[in-house]
Design a protein around this ligand. Structure first.
Ligand code: ATP
Ligand code: MG
Length: 409
């Protein structure tokens, strides 16, 4: 079985709103072991709706549609589905009763326009919507078995489910009404993430080698976000345990190959790791940063346990003095064990005309006094994130070394 998701709404095709429904539904289907091959987005236009439904029902076995179920003239999903199946719309009395009740509960009468929401294509089934007005639509579209030569053999009817556009209504209807109707395979799917810093995407791929090859189980993908590299694993198996074993084996292999670059899993960020380590050892930290707009302080401060180990930070627009002296002063005045430093960015142009930025990153404490330049010629939009993360990573690595029993001078 393969699926297609269609998001309907001119607010989506015009760019006014972002289609988040398709993303959520894709993740849900992945958990059921149903791969999604297409996302389509289409305006509130009847012809366009019928076209895309026709195309989708020919190339997918399951089509999930969101939006266009409202009572206004631009809500056309039910009409498009009726046209697709070549049937009329008919009134579904229990749905109409429910819609009338919905308005009575709110202390009013149902506007005549809402009656259309109880109309569904002949032969289709309504999907209850206990938190909104419009019921969804469940339809089985008979189709001829595809002739040879098609890339994908389509057997049996195409299943279509039309859900509301409002995300909360859509999710509830999917979970309560659609998911139970999808037999699903007996395939179990589990996901896991490993986070790394200090290494680029291509270097990561090189070190991981065949682990990231297509068809590897678990499947391992690499994504980068503001200088953090995330390895996303998707394991398939017959049981939860089998998936867990596969993920554990792959995780060990990844850690072996990437070593110190790995800092956390799932939603863990560098600041979480650093705060946890400082808290566990009863160490106090202050920060001093220039040109990052307080990003370093903000990231650390929002971690739950930060109060126990983070005394605060100094945020400068620019810093021209001797960083070691300034940092050490700040540390001594506050009584902290460590001061973590991000100095001012300096930008020069290389011989090819590219901007190269250098930011001093430093750590001073009882067992360390280190200032090192971070050089960067990539996307300037992530320079600040890169800088604060490099500072946190410096401290993270230092604390780990201390744990191993050999401090750096
Ligand atoms: P209702 O029955 O509540 O009117 P509907 O099925 O007609 O819902 P729309 O009118 O198309 O849905 O959209 C309702 C709301 O849901 C709008 O605020 C819209 O921006 C939002 N919405 C619609 N589609 C999506 C989507 N794909 N992703 C995120 N939000 C969406
Ligand atoms: Mg709409």
């Amino acid at each position: 079985m393969r699926a297609e998701i269609i998001a309907i709404g001119t607010e989506l095709t015009s760019g006014a709103k972002l289609d988040t429904n398709s993303q959520w539904l894709s993740l849900q289907l992945a958990d059921l072991g149903i791969p999604v091959h297409f996302h389509s987005t289409v305006a509130d236009d009847l012809e366009a709706n019928v076209d895309i439904l026709r195309i989708a029902s020919r190339r997918a076995d399951l089509v999930l549609i969101t939006g266009g179920l409202g009572p206004t003239l631009d809500d056309l999903t039910r009409d498009a589905m009726a046209r697709l199946a070549d049937v009329e719309l008919e009134l579904h009395q229990p749905s109409l009763d429910q819609i009338e009740q919905f308005f009575r509960n709110r202390g009013g009468a149902m506007p005549e326009r809402n009656r259309v929401q109880a109309m569904i294509p002949v032969g289709a089934e309504p999907l209850a919507n206990p938190i909104g007005t419009a019921p969804g639509i469940w339809m089985r579209l008979p189709r001829e078995v595809r002739s040879a030569g098609s890339s994908h053999s389509l057997e049996g009817p195409c299943l279509l489910a039309a859900l509301p556009g409002v995300p909360s209504e859509m999710k509830k209807m999917f979970l309560e009404q659609v998911r139970p109707r999808l037999a699903g395979g007996n395939v179990v799917i589990r996901r896991a993430r490993i986070n790394c810093f200090g290494i680029g995407e291509s270097h990561t791929e090189e070190l991981l080698g065949e682990l990231t090859a297509r068809g590897h189980d678990p499947e391992i993908g690499i994504t980068a976000h503001e200088a953090t590299i995330t390895l996303r694993m998707i394991a398939q198996g017959n049981s939860e345990e089998e998936c867990r074993d596969k993920i554990e084996t792959a995780s060990r292999e990844i850690r072996d190959r990437l070593g110190e670059y790995v800092f956390g899993v799932e939603d863990e960020e560098l600041e979480h790791v650093v705060v946890r380590e400082l808290h566990a050892r009863g160490l106090k930290l202050v920060t001093m940063e220039a040109g990052t707009g307080g990003l370093l302080a903000e990231r650390i401060a929002h971690v739950e346990q930060a109060r126990s180990c983070y005394l605060g930070g100094m945020v400068l627009m620019h810093c021209s003095g001797d960083l070691v002296e300034l940092g050490e002063n700040h540390r001594r005045k506050t009584g902290a064990d460590y001061v973590l430093i991000v100095g001012s960015e300096e930008i020069r142009t290389d011989h090819q005309g590219h901007a190269v930025s250098t930011i001093p990153i430093g750590l001073i404490g009882p067992d360390v006094e280190q200032i090192q330049p971070l050089t960067w010629s990539g996307n300037p939009a992530i320079t600040r994130s890169r800088a604060y993360k490099a500072a946190l990573d410096l401290l993270r690595r230092h604390l780990r070394q201390g744990e191993a029993g050999h401090f750096r001078a």
